[in-house]
Each structure stands twice: as C-alpha cells, then as structure tokens.
Design a protein around this ligand. Structure first.
Ligand code: ADE
Ligand code: ZN
Length: 326
C-alpha cells in the first residue's frame, strides 16, 4: 500500500532492540557448526519452528540458549553487522541497541570479546551505511543487584561506547526496586537510564522505574493503561514508552494485534513509538511491526508519522541532531 511504502521510505529511529534478539536461525546454525556446538535442532527450519511462545519466560529460555553460539569477537561483529545492514534496508538512520553483558560473562565470554566485535561493526556502519548507533548496557533482572553492579564496573574500559543503562529479562518477581543502588551508580557515572516495565508486570513496576530508578524511558509500558493516574503522569511528563507490537503478540501480552493499545496510548497524548525488540524471534524488523499495525489496527498516515517523529524526540540524540529529523 501507499502508506506502507511511505513508512518504508521515511527515516526512522529504533529505541528498543536487543542485539542478541537479532540472531537469525541461519547465523545460529552457522556459528554452531563453526564452534562444534550441538544444537537441540535438526535444521535451520527446525529452529524457526521452535519460535512459539506462551509468555516472556518461554521466549527467554530459547533466547539465552541461542546466544550460546556467540563465542568469539568475530561472532559479535557478524551479529551486529547483520542488524546494522537491516537498518539500512529499513531506513533506520539511528538505533539505540541493548546488549546483555551477563548473558556472555556468565558463560566466560568477557567484555574484551564482545565489545571490540560490536565496535568494529558500528565503526563500519558509520562509514559505509550512514547509520548512527548508541549502546545500552542492560542488566539481567533475574540475577542479583550485586551482579548488576559488578557488570557496570567491569564495563569501565568501554564507558565511552555506552550511552545508557537498562534492565531486562524476567519481569514478574523482579521489580525495579531490586536495582535501586545499581541505577543510582549508573546515573552518577552520567548514563541515561531505561528499564523494561509494564510488559508482563503491573503498573506499580512502571511507577517504581520512574520514582526509584529515575529512568528517562520505559521499555514496553503497555500495562500502564490499567492505571489512570499513571497515564496522566506519563502524558504530563512525556515519558517515552518504547512499544513493541509483534513482541507483545508473540509473548501473548496481547491475543491479537487488533487488540493492541499503541494507537490508544498515542491518541491519549503519550510519547509512544514502534520498535522490534527481538526481531529474529518475533517475526519482523521495524517496518514489519508498522505493517502489522497498518493491516490489523488500520493505522493511518498521521499516526504513523507521529510514531516516527516520537522515535527521534524520545531518542538520546543531542537536541541539535534530533532537529535534523524532526
Ligand atoms: N530480553 C530480550 N527481550 C526482552 C523482553 N521483551 N522483555 C524482557 N527481557 C527481554
Ligand atoms: Zn525488550
């Protein structure tokens, strides 16, 4: 359609993307062969077919298992480079990418392996693709706060590569309040702050992320709609919500895209935008997320343009650079 063509062609920013969630089955298969790792799948197609989830945890189990094929610097280069090439294809001109250090350090793969791999791909993308990239170091919330603090300290040699600190993994039972000290330390080092909240967890977790962690953005946040006082706060303060429609569908946060509340949130005056979260696992990159909204939610042109302008205004780009795109 004309609208889909417009969406494809407009310059966009992506603010909620896990690099480990861009690992395509083909690359997983090739890296398993390279490192002689036995996968519990008989073919690339079998990997694809396993991507059916009941909830966040059933996805996370597969996602951490998949990440185990990432072993050396070149693997991390390939992973990052493949996503940044997708950005060029999709007209994503700026992306703020989450990475989960603990997914790797817990397996004995250190910052000295993955950061140089990421750095090479990011430098190459800047030069050859014209894509701008920020990195968000995300803590795994199912692990302890002490582990998060250690993870932040170990990143010190690479602070210049990192813009923000985030919080992801199993939400229920791991409220933001568990990470108050870790986030205070990150703030004092000058990092921007984000946290997943209100994906599976209640509005109370969104309040905690705002009041205790003092985040600049909420990742997901779709359950905020259950709390009118929270909705009023998010609107008044224009707290960005990085919404991920296909993710919410695949993880059964919503039963159908036609029931997704992203357009309601937008029309209520909240600063929401579209993101892909873990595109390899959820069946689409950024444009496919928009296309699902066009097909199932009758997204109109005005709303599409607003969602895209929100992707820049909610980014961590300096104001001067935002102006170029707004
Ligand atoms: N890690 C990767 N994707 C995630 C999601 N959607 N929620 C929580 N943790 C994640
Ligand atoms: Zn996420």
């Amino acid at each position: 359609s004309e609208l889909k063509q417009l969406i494809q062609q407009l310059p966009k920013a992506e603010l909620h993307l896990h690099i480990e969630g861009t690992l395509e089955p083909e690359l997983m298969w090739r890296l398993a062969k390279k490192h002689d790792i036995a996968l519990p799948f008989s073919s690339v197609e079998a990997i694809q077919e396993a991507y059916q989830f009941n909830n966040l945890q059933s996805f996370l189990d597969l996602y951490y298992q998949g990440a185990d094929v990432l072993r050396d610097e070149d693997d991390f280069f390939e992973l990052m480079w493949a996503y940044l090439c997708q950005c060029q294809q999709q007209n994503i001109v700026h992306t703020e990418i989450m990475f989960d250090p603990q997914t790797h350090t817990e397996r004995g793969i250190g910052y000295n392996v993955f950061m140089p791999g990421f750095a090479k791909a990011i430098e190459k993308a800047k030069a050859e693709l014209g894509v701008s990239v920020y990195l968000i170091l995300s803590f795994l919330r199912h692990l302890s706060e002490d582990s998060a603090i250690q993870t932040l300290q170990e990143a010190k040699p690479f602070y210049s590569m990192i813009t923000a600190v985030g919080l992801d993994s199993s939400e229920l039972g791991n409220p933001p309040s568990k990470f108050t000290r870790a986030f205070a330390q990150a703030a004092s080092q000058g990092f921007k702050l984000v946290a997943h909240a209100g994906e599976e967890g209640p509005p109370e977790y969104v309040w905690e992320a705002i009041n205790l962690l003092k985040v600049d953005r909420i990742d997901h946040g779709v359950r905020s709609i259950e709390d009118p006082i929270l909705m009023a706060y998010l609107k008044e303060h224009q707290v960005p919500l990085t919404v991920c429609p296909l993710s919410n569908l695949k993880l059964c946060v919503v039963d159908d895209i036609s029931q997704h509340n992203i357009v309601d949130l937008l029309n209520d005056g909240l600063r929401v935008m579209v993101n892909s979260d873990d595109p390899s696992y959820f069946g689409g990159y950024l444009n496919e997320n928009f296309f699902a909204l066009v097909d199932k939610l009758s997204l109109n042109k005005e709303d599409a343009v607003k969602l895209i302008s929100n992707s820049f205004s909610a980014s961590f780009l300096p104001d001067k650079q935002k102006q170029i795109w707004l």
